[in-house]
Design a protein around this ligand. Structure first.
Ligand code: PLP
Length: 364
């Protein structure tokens, strides 16, 4: 038998399942249109200002990009009231998680996160030959007390998705402060805020204050969601001084493409597009709550641009039935919730199509 050349720690990775591309579904099922409500993207598309900025930069792509994303970093620093040195830009915020693992997690060290983790948390842990410590959730929320209890002398990193994907729930200011008061100095805390822009709960914490306090934290955000630039792959981390230094050591040279940098900078300045994107999600939320209530289906109230709902049926069958009707979602079985689906909010027309299809599929 041929020798397995893959590292034993990498063998422990459960391959990431990105969901089907719309084109693939159209070809397989002979559909002319597919509405992808599966990956929490922005249904309004990118900011027109970002598209224009990319058009202008197209003739510069023979030159390597700015390795430290100077302009974008300066703009973010000003906006977030942090020093530019604390910001590290990545090829998607995925890359920030990856860089954190590479820079800080030694083989055998532990990474603590809540159950139903975003796929990159266990993946990064295994790549670094770290030890995942998955802490059971409290219902659909992180159990920060249990996560604090799970920290040992071997813990290097704690990851808190806030809002959490796939539940859309948040950890609140007081519980996060309570948690941070208990985290040892030499344990790094990553606040994954990929869905930050959509939150309207007044108890949502400003975790940048921990960066300003000089704590060993990273607040991670992305241009993939509310800014509509998922296909460009750009996100960033705002980190305390020691953490930022480590991240920069492992950042690959020229990791963020020029077009991604100019688009992100322009999108940051497009308040109208951001407002419209966030308002649309809030409108979608209110609409889905009303419709799901009237169908008698339970769901998890969400602070993000997606909703986790209980169909009461086998979620793989619901997934297939929705796909045949031209709508893709995520099944809950990958999160250990076999009757749930996670649905991204689309345009209002897409939300209505989804509701009509769900009523047909569930008979409600
Ligand atoms: C919780 C969470 N974190 C991070 C990411 C990564 O986003 P990106 O790499 O596109 O910035 C995602 C993407 O879906 C996510 O859901």
């Amino acid at each position: 038998m041929a020798k397995d050349l893959v590292c034993s720690c990498v063998r422990r990775i459960t391959p990431y399942s990105p969901g089907k591309f719309s084109k693939e579904v159209m070809e397989e099922l002979g559909l002319t249109e597919v509405h992808k409500l599966a990956s929490n993207e922005n249904p309004l598309g990118p900011s027109p200002k970002a598209v224009e900025a990319m058009r202008e930069a197209l003739t510069e792509v023979h030159v390597y990009p700015d390795p430290v994303c100077r302009e974008l970093t300066a703009a973010l620093a000003q906006r977030l009231e942090v020093c530019a040195d604390s910001i590290v830009v990545g090829r998607g915020s995925d890359e920030i998680i990856h860089m954190l693992g590479l820079a800080f997690v030694n083989p055998g060290e532990e990474v603590v996160y809540s159950a139903m983790p975003f796929a990159l948390y266990p993946m990064t842990t295994h790549i670094c030959d770290g030890v995942p410590r998955e802490v059971p959730a409290r219902g659909f929320e992180h159990d920060l007390a249990a996560m604090a209890d799970a920290i040992t002398d071997m813990t290097k990193l704690v990851i808190i998705g806030n809002p959490c994907n796939p539940t859309g729930t948040i950890s609140r200011r007081d519980e996060v402060r309570w948690f941070m008061d208990r985290v040892p100095e030499d344990v790094i805390v990553l606040f994954d805020e990929a869905y930050f822009e959509y939150v309207d709960d007044p108890d949502y914490p400003d975790c940048l204050e921990y960066v300003r306090e000089g704590r060993n934290v990273v607040v991670m955000r992305t241009f993939s969601k509310a800014y509509g630039l998922a296909g460009l792959r750009i996100g960033y981390g705002v980190a305390g001084p020691c953490v930022a230094e480590g991240l920069k050591l492992v950042r690959p040279p020229f990791n963020v493409a020029t077009l991604a940098q100019v688009a992100a900078l322009a999108a940051l300045d497009d308040e109208a597009h951001l407002r419209a994107s966030v308002d649309l999600v809030h409108e979608g939320r209110a609409y889905l709550y009303r419709e799901l209530d009237s169908m008698g289906l339970t769901y998890v109230p969400t602070q993000a641009n997606f909703i986790l709902l209980d169909t009461g049926l086998d979620s793989s069958e619901v997934f297939d039935a929705l796909m045949r009707r031209g709508i893709t979602v995520r099944t809950g079985d990958i999160f250990g919730l076999p009757t749930y689906i996670r649905v991204s909010f689309g345009t209002m027309a897409q939300n209505r199509l989804f509701v009509a299809a769900l009523r047909e599929v569930t008979g409600r």
